[in-house]
Write a new protein. Structure first.
Length: 150
């Protein structure tokens, strides 16, 4: 009886540990050939390079490298947002949600020949994001538009 209880406890612990490893797996990030990674099937991601209309969000129009620099600065002034990786035409930032401090990945990809910055914002955990990622990108767009008019 005790042996069976121990075996059940070990199995439950292993299952829980395995679930945690899956839940904490690294997000699929980065861009290749001007495209971000495809959004996961769960509705917690938006991307301007996404084909699925529910996950699509328009890129941000820019006119110069100076606009690109300003857009990056504006993203990093948003609350609880930090740089994770930066390249000449790419920025990966991590934003933490206000209440539970869940981490969301925000990516920007500057295409100077097309005068645009592609955007992707995705939650790392959970299924629904209650439009937090879409609102984040639209807030960034509004900040950028307001900053350009000043």
């Amino acid at each position: 009886m005790i042996k069976q209880i121990r075996l059940t406890a070990y199995a439950a612990t292993a299952l829980l540990a395995g679930t945690q490893l899956i839940a904490c797996s690294a997000p699929q990030l980065g861009a290749s050939k001007g495209q971000f990674q495809v959004c996961p099937s769960a509705p917690h991601c938006v991307s301007s390079t996404e084909k699925d209309s529910d996950k699509y969000i328009a890129p941000i129009a820019v006119n110069s490298a100076q606009d690109w620099q300003r857009l990056q600065q504006l993203l990093l002034t948003m609350p609880r947002t930090e740089v994770a990786a930066r390249g000449t035409n790419y920025l990966h930032a991590v934003s933490s949600t206000a209440i539970m401090r869940y981490k969301d990945d925000v990516e920007l990809l500057y295409s100077p020949t097309q005068n645009k910055v592609d955007v992707r914002s995705s939650s790392r955990i959970g299924y629904y994001d209650f439009d937090v990622n879409r609102e984040r990108v639209e807030t960034l767009r509004a900040l950028f538009t307001a900053d350009k008019s000043n």
